[in-house]
Design a protein around this ligand. Structure first.
Ligand code: ADP
Length: 237
């Protein structure tokens, strides 16, 4: 099984992973998946839905096995339905892996090409973002002060060490304190070269007017890297 080529959006609660992920996911050639959003979309009457409510309402992580199984099933379904096309789209994940164990469990599924670390030195400012989001999005997990603080504690103790799981050269630090557009600009500066290196430009893939482009598209669908790079070079001739 080939692994999903992936960009990880990493950072503290309130750093803007969701905001940036959503914008990126609207750009052709990127596919965004937020683990928290998948959890929130569950039927809360199901067993997993109840487990999610139980843990998230306290600011805690859902147990790893349940999380990874749900994530994997969800990804598989999206791939089968061709909502996400691994040979065309670079996967942008946010909210997973959330601890070192999850990073280990995901290693067989993910080919991590970059980790975007959204940095926010001002903790109080981030807390303020969470409080505002709680009101705007009606999120129970961010409504109470003690839950917000616990989520921060979980981030510092369990999530932050995830950075150690990836080689330093894959980690890109981005200042998360600017406007969404400013932060996006910096992220694009990092992820566009990664996309260009591993995928054909989406613009080329869509304009299959000459035979070389058709050949490129076919090559993109064949999942082998070598085939893709050969086709990419041919299309430039
Ligand atoms: P935020 O982006 O604000 O940090 P999320 O929306 O990603 O929060 O997650 C909300 C809640 O969903 C978490 O507090 C946790 O209970 C649960 N959750 C999301 N992703 C994971 C994960 N990878 N592992 C365990 N629990 C998770």
């Amino acid at each position: 099984m080939s692994r999903y080529k992936t960009i990880l959006l990493f950072g503290a609660p309130g750093a803007g992973k969701g905001t940036q992920g959503k914008i990126l996911g609207n750009i052709p050639g990127f596919y965004h998946l937020s683990c928290g959003e998948v959890f929130r979309s569950l039927d809360m009457g199901t067993k997993l839905g109840r487990v999610f409510l139980e843990f998230s309402s306290k600011g805690l992580l859902v147990p790893d096995d349940a999380t990874i199984q749900m994530w994997h099933q969800n990804m598989h379904a999206r791939t089968v339905l061709a909502i996400y096309k691994p040979n065309v789209d670079l996967l942008v994940l946010d909210g997973i892996p959330r601890n070192v164990n999850q990073a280990k469990l995901l290693a067989k599924h993910l080919d991590v090409l970059k980790v975007i670390h959204l940095m926010c030195p001002d903790k109080e400012k981030m807390m303020e973002r969470l409080r505002r989001r709680a009101i705007k999005e009606n999120r129970a997990d961010d409504a109470k002060e003690d839950v917000i603080r616990r989520r921060w504690g979980v981030y510092e103790d369990e999530t932050f060490p995830v950075l150690e799981c990836y080689p330093k050269h894959l980690i890109a630090e981005v200042d998360a304190m600017g406007s969404p557009a400013e932060v996006l600009g910096k992220i694009l500066g990092i992820v566009v070269p990664v996309q260009n290196e591993h995928y054909l430009s989406p613009a080329n893939a869509d304009s299959a007017t000459d035979s070389r482009n058709v050949a490129c598209k076919t090559a993109v669908r064949a999942s082998s890297n070598g085939v893709k790079h050969t086709a990419k070079k041919a299309s430039r001739k």
